[in-house]
Design a protein. Structure first.
Length: 319
């Protein structure tokens, strides 16, 4: 069961004209064709890569609530005839918490979507205000996770991380490094410091980018949190939240060394397989290597491969 797999609505133009428009024109045509297709071609590639079910989400873009509704409606109509092959995560507006909550509830109750996708960006976008509690309440009530993923870069952002590189190399830079350039531990630490997990102890987040760079910093984060004044410190311990409320996809785990490190930094039942379709191609090989490596046992491997996803998303027999 692959949990971080992408789709692009045919209604979304790849022509960017305004600075805030997503630079979708940089996606190679072969990948664009795959992104827009939910049908026999995608299913054939899933089968070839050992994937029985994809948890689909739209390429993260910043669009108004009505556009999110249209995208989610189209995604629901595209997968309704293949419920054994696809489940979906709803694209949520990034700047309107109330509308995001309404859209998540609509998609979960009307279409049986299994989560929500909230795009995050680097330019001061904060999710730790109490105005977002309306969204966390819906997610907790319906027991669906919120996926936090960086928004696809806009035209205005390209020089920030691509520098003076020619256009031919910009897209590989985007796919390999933009997410890591955009995401930092601050976003998750702000959520923790806001006492969100005290107010919503059962909220669940699905993150990638190797856990938003949190895992290797846990030994630094814990003493810092313990140094905070007691009045500012959340009641729940940071490590407790990390181990009980957070799930990490393997979309950015590219070798066995990284996989081993991840299994040492978060419980194995919190790690979910992702192939990052159609942007990466080596995940099947890596899962085969993991199975033979001895890093995890048979039950743990099956958990990463499909059982953890079945439990998190409420799927039945998807693997």
């Amino acid at each position: 069961v692959a949990v971080e797999e992408y789709y692009l609505s045919p209604d979304i133009s790849t022509i960017a004209t305004a600075p805030h428009d997503p630079a979708l024109h940089l996606i190679p045509s072969a990948s664009l064709i795959k992104l827009r297709n939910i049908g026999p071609t995608r299913i054939r590639e899933m089968r070839a890569n050992g994937v029985s079910t994809q948890i689909l989400s739209h390429v993260p873009i910043d669009v108004p609530s009505k556009s999110c509704q249209k995208i989610n409606d189209m995604l629901a109509s595209s997968i309704v005839t293949s419920p054994d092959r696809f489940a979906a995560i709803a694209l949520l507006p990034t700047s309107d918490p109330k509308e995001a909550a309404n859209e998540l509830q609509r998609c979960v109750t009307k279409f049986k979507f299994v989560g929500g996708l909230l795009g995050i960006k680097r330019d001061g976008h904060r999710l730790d205000g109490v105005e977002w509690d309306v969204l966390w309440a819906v997610a907790e009530r319906y027991k669906v996770p919120i996926a936090l993923r960086p928004l696809f870069p806009s035209l205005a952002q390209l020089p920030d991380f691509a520098g003076s590189a020619p256009q031919s190399v910009i897209f590989p830079l985007i796919t390999a490094f933009h997410a890591h350039h955009t995401v930092s531990p601050y976003q998750f630490l702000h959520l923790y410091a806001s006492k969100l997990f005290d107010r919503f102890p059962h909220i669940r987040f699905l993150i990638s980018q190797f856990g938003h760079s949190v895992p290797p910093l846990i030994s630094r984060i814990e003493p810092i949190v313990n140094s905070w004044p007691e009045s500012a410190r959340p009641k729940r311990k940071f490590l407790e939240v990390w181990q009980q409320n957070i799930y990490i996809s393997t979309a950015d785990v590219l070798d066995l060394a990284s996989m081993r490190a991840l299994t040492e930094q978060i419980p194995v039942d919190r790690i979910l397989y992702a192939s990052n379709y159609p942007f990466e191609e080596n995940s099947k090989v890596l899962m085969g290597e993991l199975k033979e490596s001895g890093i995890v046992g048979k039950e743990e491997w099956e958990g990463i491969a499909w059982k953890n996803a079945e439990k998190l998303f409420g799927l039945k027999g998807a693997g």
